[in-house]
Design a protein around this ligand. Structure first.
Ligand code: KIV
Length: 278
């Protein structure tokens, strides 16, 4: 995608909608998306200009400390979404339907999506998967709920993949992924996340679609980028795949601040007179 002559008018939008994202793709303005799970962080991210906040099921990893995204429940996701929605004025808030809340049948998928929308006030849902979930995607969209797709390395399928390696390097998997992307677009998805796939494939898929693609480990050709906020801000220190760029080292900042606090408490330097009441 060329970013040479982009118009920034579309990102001045008071409120980002699925329509705004479509306009951003058309205008060649890259979409910036990050994850959020709590009120305080969501407020900072929203005010800093993030277009889309994803209440990702990566909350299972970075908030709850699980090894995979599989354990997180619909109730947990709704709780995190409620916290994020309360903070947001401009960003579009999308919530992951967690593992087990949509795979069994389209009716169950719709019920889960309705619960997310009704109980959290979020603006749409994201579902991992291709061809198999098309009936569920159609059912949810027919109820008026915007759906974001997610293809490539879909972490809810980690036990089927058996590895977190790059997906779709082989031509048959690449062809299936490209077909799935078209089917998700035809089913009515407003955008698709492409996770950890070769950049040439992301380019091919992005040019074949009229809806935006949002990449994570999928190169620069996507219409937008997403990272897990804890990775981008350097809060996670033990997860360093090639696609993560650390925009800060918050783990170091926090460690130093906490060590200073401990030292002040031990020495009696905190609280001072001016931090006490008479
Ligand atoms: O759950 C999540 O954080 C995600 C992103 C990695 C796209 O799905």
């Amino acid at each position: 995608m060329s970013t040479q002559t982009v118009s920034t008018d579309v990102v001045e939008a008071k409120r980002i909608t699925t329509q705004t994202l479509q306009e951003m793709k058309a205008a060649g303005v890259p979409i910036a998306m990050l994850t959020a799970y709590d009120y305080t962080s969501a407020r900072i991210l929203d005010e800093a200009g993030i277009d889309v906040l994803l209440v990702g099921d990566s909350a299972s990893n970075v908030m709850a400390g699980h090894e995979t995204t599989l354990p997180i429940t619909l109730e947990h996701m709704i709780y995190h979404a409620q916290c994020v929605v309360r903070a947001v004025h401009r960003s579009l808030v999308i919530v992951d339907l967690p593992f087990g809340s949509f795979q069994s049948n389209p009716r169950r998928a719709l019920q889960s999506a309705i619960r997310v929308m009704k109980e959290s006030g979020a603006h749409g849902v994201k579902l991992e998967g291709g061809m198999d979930i098309i009936p569920s995607v159609e059912r949810i969209i027919s109820a008026g709920i915007p759906v974001m797709g997610h293809l490539g390395l879909t972490p809810q399928s980690i036990y089927r993949f058996g590895t977190y390696k790059v997906r779709a390097r082989e031509e048959d998997e690449a062809v299936t992924l490209a077909q799935d992307a078209l089917k998700l677009e035809q089913a009515g998805c407003f955008a698709i996340v492409l996770e950890k796939i070769p950049r040439e494939l992301a380019d091919r898929v992005t040019s074949s679609l009229s809806i935006p693609t949002i990449g994570i480990g999928a190169g620069t050709a996507c219409d937008g980028q997403v990272l897990v906020t804890h990775d981008a801000l350097g809060l996670t220190t033990d997860f360093n795949p090639r696609f993560v760029r650390h925009y800060a080292k918050l783990a170091d900042v926090m460690t130093q601040a906490v060590q200073a606090y401990v030292a002040d408490v031990r020495s009696g330097a905190f609280p001072s007179d001016s931090e006490s009441y008479s």
